[in-house]
Design a protein around this ligand. Structure first.
Ligand code: ADP
Ligand code: MG
Length: 447
C-alpha cells in the first residue's frame, strides 16, 4: 500500500516507525506495528490501516500514548489519528435486514450475520452451558421455550455468537427472524421521528416470528426509544413471538431503565455467560487453532489458557497475531515464542494504573482519597479501600508492598488480606459482585 504515498509521507512514516521502535520490544513491534500501513498523512488527520479489527482495537486501547508521543517526536503533532481495518468480510456474512427494500436509507444499517457464529462452532463449558442450552431450546421451539431469553455478561464471551446462531438456525427453518444490534433499533427509531413513517417501523419489528436484539443496554441512552421498545415487546409477546436479548449487565443494572421493562425481561429466562475457566479455555484454544489450521502443542494451549483470561475474543486476537508473527518470521509456534509474545502483551494490557483505580473507586463510593489512606475502620471506608486494593492486584503490575504504599502506607499482608476478602465476597454478596462489575467495566473502558 505504501507505494501510493508521496516521498514526504514515506519519509515521515519511516520516522514515526523508528520512534515507535524505540519504545516497544522487537516482538511488540513485529506483532502490532509492522503490519500497519500509512494511508494518508493529512494536515488534520492521519489514516492508518491495520491488518485486522483486533489489532486496531489493541493499538487503540494500549498503544495510543506511544503513537502520540512518536508522532510528536517526528514533529507531526496536533493531528487526529484514525485507524481502520477491512474485517467486515462479506464472504462470511450475510445480510439479515428483511425489510431492506422498505427501509429508509438512513435506517439501512447493514446488519450482518457471521455464518461462523453457529452452534457447531460454539464451545460449551460451565461458563456458558445454561445460556447455550437456552439458546438451543429457543431455536427448537421459538415462542414457547423461554420468552424472553435474556443473555448477559461482559464483552467478548459469546453473546453475539449465540444470537447469530439462533438466527442461522431459525432462518433455515423459515421462521421470520430479525437480528439487529440495539443501536440500529435506536437509530431507526430516531430517523423515523424525522420521516414519520411509523407503519414501516412497526411493520419491521412486529410482523415477525423472532426478534433478536443485541446489546440491549444501549437502550439506557434514550427514554423515548425504551417506550417504543416496550410496545414492540408487548406486541410480540402477546402473540407468543420469541424475543431474545443480550446485554453487558443484568436487566436491573441497565442505567435509567424502568421497572416495567425489567419486570418484562424477568418473565422469561435471564442467564449469564461468564469467563471460561482453565479447561474451557484450553478447549476453546484447541478448537480455534484447528479452525485456523494452526498447529500448537497442548503445552502451548495450556500456557495461553492460563495467561489470556479476559475474554474469548482476546484469545482469538492473540492467536491470530501469534500466527501472523510465526508466518512472517517462518518460526515454529513453540512455548518459548508464545511466552515472549504473551509477556509483552499482558504487561501492556494489565497496567491500568493505580491512579485511575483510586479515582474510579473513590468516585463510585463517594469517598475521599484521604479517607482511603486513613486508619479509620468504618465499613463505608474499609470496603472501598479493600476493593481498591483488590483492583490494584488485578489490574496493575505493582507488588503487594507498592500497592500498600499507595493505600496510605499499609503493609503487604494487609493488601493480600484485602484482595482475598474481596475475592471471597464477590461470590457471596450480590451487591459487591455488581459493584465490581461496574468498576471493572469503567476501568477497562478507560484503558
Ligand atoms: P460478545 O457478544 O459477548 O461480546 P462475541 O459473541 O462477539 O462476544 O464473541 C467474541 C468472539 O469469541 C467471537 O469471535 C466468538 O465466535 C468467540 N466466542 C465466544 N464464545 C465462544 C465459545 N463458547 N466458543 C467458541 N467461540 C466463542
Ligand atoms: Mg456482542
Amino acid at each position: 500500500m505504501n507505494h501510493y504515498l508521496s516521498a514526504g509521507e514515506k519519509k515521515s512514516w519511516k520516522l514515526i516507525q523508528d520512534k515507535i521502535k524505540e519504545k516497544v520490544t522487537p516482538q511488540q513491534f513485529t506483532t502490532w506495528f509492522s503490519g500497519l500501513n500509512l494511508i494518508t498523512l493529512d494536515t488534520n488527520i492521519i489514516y492508518i490501516h491495520t491488518p485486522n479489527s483486533f489489532c486496531r482495537e489493541w493499538i487503540e486501547n494500549n498503544y495510543m500514548d506511544i503513537i502520540t508521543s512518536s508522532l510528536e517526536e517526528a514533529s507531526i503533532s496536533n493531528r487526529k489519528v484514525l485507524f481502520f481495518d477491512n474485517d467486515k468480510d462479506t464472504s462470511k456474512t450475510e445480510s439479515c435486514d428483511q425489510s431492506s427494500s422498505t427501509a429508509s436509507p438512513s435506517t439501512e444499517n447493514h446488519v450482518h450475520i457471521n455464518k461462523n457464529y453457529n452452534f457447531d462452532n460454539f464451545l460449551v463449558g460451565p461458563c456458558n452451558r445454561l445460556a447455550h442450552a437456552a439458546a438451543l431450546a429457543v431455536s427448537e421451539s421459538p415462542g414457547t421455550a423461554y420468552n424472553p431469553l435474556f443473555i448477559h455478561g461482559p464483552v467478548g464471551l459469546g453473546k453475539t455468537h449465540l444470537l447469530h446462531a439462533i438466527f442461522l438456525h431459525l432462518q433455515k427453518k423459515k421462521h421470520k427472524t430479525l437480528y439487529l444490534p440495539c443501536e440500529s433499533f435506536v437509530n431507526h427509531y430516531i430517523s423515523t421521528i424525522k420521516t414519520g413513517d411509523w407503519d414501516s417501523f412497526r411493520n419491521k419489528y412486529r410482523n415477525i416470528d423472532v426478534l433478536l436484539i443485541d446489546d440491549v443496554h444501549f437502550l439506557a441512552n434514550s427514554q423515548s426509544t425504551r417506550e417504543e421498545f416496550f410496545h414492540t415487546f408487548n406486541a410480540l409477546y402477546t402473540r407468543q413471538k420469541q424475543i431474545v436479548l443480550s446485554s453487558d449487565c443484568p436487566p436491573e443494572e441497565i442505567p435509567t431503565i424502568e421497572e416495567r421493562l425489567i419486570s418484562r425481561f424477568r418473565w422469561g429466562l435471564i442467564t449469564q455467560v461468564d469467563l471460561p475457566g482453565f479447561e474451557t479455555n484450553v478447549a476453546i484454544i484447541q478448537k480455534k487453532t484447528a479452525l485456523m489450521n494452526m498447529e500448537i502443542s497442548y503445552d502451548v494451549a495450556c500456557y495461553l489458557a492460563d495467561n489470556v483470561v479476559s475474554s474469548i475474543r482476546e484469545i482469538e486476537g492473540i492467536l491470530t497475531n501469534i500466527q501472523r508473527y510465526a508466518t512472517m518470521n517462518k518460526s515454529k509456534i513453540d512455548l518459548n515464542l508464545v511466552k515472549q509474545i504473551i509477556n509483552g502483551f499482558s504487561k501492556q494490557k494489565r497496567d491500568i494504573g493505580i491512579e485511575k483505580i483510586l479515582n474510579t473507586v473513590t468516585k463510585h463510593y463517594g469517598v475521599q482519597l484521604s479517607q482511603l489512606h486513613s486508619k479509620r475502620k468504618f465499613k463505608s471506608i474499609t470496603l472501598p479501600r479493600q476493593i481498591a486494593m483488590h483492583l490494584a492486584r488485578k489490574f496493575t503490575n505493582l507488588s503487594l508492598g507498592e500497592i500498600g504504599g499507595y493505600m496510605g502506607g499499609r503493609d503487604h499482608t494487609t493488601v493480600m488480606h484485602a484482595d482475598d476478602k474481596i475475592k471471597k465476597l464477590k461470590s457471596l454478596d450480590r451487591n459487591i459482585s455488581s459493584a465490581l462489575r461496574k468498576l471493572e467495566n469503567t476501568l477497562i473502558k478507560q484503558q
